[in-house]
Design a protein around this ligand. Structure first.
Ligand SMILES: Cc1ncc(COP(=O)(O)O)c(C=O)c1O
Length: 385
């Protein structure tokens, strides 16, 4: 699709996102901008509901389409993808499948989103021992530092793909090799990467990937994905479940637990239909624009952004090597919340985390957006650190 589409990142894609008529939107790490097609998808859900009432056969077919859409983003077989209600729901189902009596160790990092740390610590009551490996001062996390923690007691290495606070991107292939060499599995949280960083689960050999639709996949809250590698995770059966995880959802059996053999076993109850409509439309548009092309476009914008921030005397918390950063650039601030407010006064939408200003360009941003941001940052130079 990448090469045949008329849509390209930048000016051409932007026409599909009305917010750019009155905002410089640079906050995709928090929420992707609403496109005309995602709005139309929501409207079509409401129209169907209004005119037909229950449309369950159709809605279930939309859930299957969402599975195929997530699979296309991940380069996965659709049967290896569970449609979840959040990244947390996927990670919780994965955690529930482990028996920590044998291998009891979970190795994770200081770069994780809180939900991942909390889900693993919740397993301490089931015998898990959680080890956090800290990132270096420049926010990179070396494979060597993980290697010191991963051993034959390790059940799983749980890592973020891109850190939500500082944009640091981990070396997934090397970490996966390290984990597998020690007989451990890998859970990858790709929420801050998927859609703006190409992902090929078969090439990378990761075991589990979780994320959701609302950021760079251009969808909405309420729906997510869990990839489970069928070659390495088939023996893991979750203890969190629900009727949509059953091997036959129509069996309506109350006297047994017989989950699906594929990734559907990690699902739960009634699928989140409205956000599924949005996710299908958002991913369709994103794939038309092209994830590879988007990644390259964002890299170029961010190269320039980093150079200019440094030139004005500021500093970035994000590693500067393009291979070690994701789509979001974190600029160090003296008062990040105040800076977000000052930028908002100029119609520029950003966000703050951990004392950093987060700037997250996507397929719809242009050099003019970055220029406007840079003008504003120069004006508020005193708030930079
Ligand atoms: C890296 C990362 N992981 C997980 C989450 C939370 O996901 P969910 O609310 O779908 O569980 C976020 C949300 O911002 C995130 O950035």
């Amino acid at each position: 699709m990448d090469d045949s589409s008329n849509l390209t990142p930048g000016e051409s894609a932007r026409q599909r996102f009305p917010i750019f008529q009155n905002r410089v939107y640079l906050n995709s790490c928090s929420q992707g901008a609403l496109s005309d097609s995602v709005r139309a998808a929501y409207e079509s859900y409401l129209s169907g509901l209004e005119s037909e009432g229950s449309q369950w056969d159709y809605w279930v077919s939309c859930t299957e389409q969402a599975r195929r859409s997530f699979a296309a983003v991940l380069h996965a077989d659709p049967d290896s993808v569970a449609v979840t209600t959040s990244a947390s729901a996927g990670a919780t189902a994965v955690a529930s499948a482990f028996d920590f009596a044998g291998r009891g160790k979970v190795v994770t990092t200081s770069l994780e989103f809180p939900t991942i740390g909390q889900i693993w610590h919740a397993q301490e009551r089931r015998g898990a021992k959680i080890v956090h490996v800290p990132a270096a001062a420049d926010n990179t996390l070396s494979v060597d530092s993980l290697a010191a923690a991963v051993d034959e007691q390790t059940a799983i290495v749980s890592i973020t793909h891109v850190c939500y606070q500082n944009g640091s991107r981990l070396d997934i292939d090397a970490i996966t090799k390290l984990a597998h060499d020690n007989g451990a599995l890998v859970l990858l949280d790709s929420y801050q990467a998927a859609g703006a960083v190409p992902i090929d689960v078969e090439g990378s050999a990761v075991d589990f990937v979780v994320g959701g639709a609302l950021k760079y996949l251009l969808g909405s809250p309420g729906v997510g994905y869990l990839y489970a590698n069928p070659h390495t995770t088939g023996h893991l059966v979750p203890t969190t479940t629900g009727w949509f995880a059953d091997e036959d959802v129509h069996a309506m059996a109350i006297d047994r637990y017989r989950p699906s053999r594929d990734a559907r076993r990690f699902e739960s109850g009634t699928p989140p239909i409205p956000p599924i409509f949005a996710a299908v439309a958002g991913i369709e548009l994103l794939l038309e624009i092209g994830i590879e092309r988007t990644a390259e476009h964002v890299r170029q914008l961010n190269d320039w952004l980093i150079d200019e921030v440094v030139a004005m005397g500021g500093s970035v918390a994000t590693p500067t090597d393009p291979a070690r950063r994701g789509p979001m650039i974190a600029v160090r601030a003296l008062d990040a919340d105040q800076l977000v407010g000052r930028l908002a006064e100029r119609g520029i939408v950003t966000s703050a985390r951990a004392g950093n200003l987060r700037i997250s360009p996507h397929c719809y941003n242009t050099a003019e957006d970055i220029e406007q941001l840079l003008v504003a940052l120069r004006a508020h130079r005193a708030l930079l650190n």
